[in-house]
Design a protein around this ligand. Structure first.
Ligand SMILES: [Zn+2]
Length: 148
């Protein structure tokens, strides 16, 4: 999924779990589970994109996701806990970046790429892939709210 979707889930987890060890662990675990759901993200067709374009899109996604998650979930909790949970929610894709940009195929980068791309759920169109994400993230946020 997009870094924005992952960040929103990580931020929502942090906002609803007092225990940082639990919150950060759950955020990291949420990533591969979310990626199983068919979706669209900027990684689609990445081999056809220029490295610059891929870099700009990925950076935009990371920064936008962090800010949006902060506005929605981060303002009333410890900033470092919030940031660590968001980072944990995105860590698999961040660790994959050296593979995309530098072609580092050795472990852990190539291995993470292999595992992640085998787990990616893909939709047929971008529109459905975005809608799925909005619905999934909204559903998770609502469920987490019930625990508050
Ligand atoms: Zn991923």
């Amino acid at each position: 999924m997009t870094a924005t979707a992952h960040a929103l889930v990580g931020g929502a987890i942090a906002a609803s779990m007092q225990n940082p060890v639990l919150g950060i662990t759950l955020s990291a675990v949420s990533h591969p589970l979310l990626d199983l759901i068919p979706h669209w993200d900027f990684g689609w067709g990445w081999r056809q994109k220029t490295k610059l374009r891929l870099f700009l899109e990925a950076t935009f996604d990371l920064v936008f996701g962090f800010l949006l998650a902060y506005l929605l979930f981060g303002r009333n909790i410890d900033f470092w806990y919030f940031s660590a949970a968001v980072l944990a929610s995105e860590i698999w894709d961040i660790l994959e970046a050296p593979y995309w940009f530098f072609g580092w195929k050795f472990p852990p980068f190539g291995l993470i790429y292999k595992i992640q791309s085998s787990l990616q759920g893909k939709t047929k169109t971008m529109q459905v892939g975005i809608l799925n994400q909005v619905l999934t993230v909204t559903g998770i946020v609502l469920v987490l709210r019930l625990f508050n």
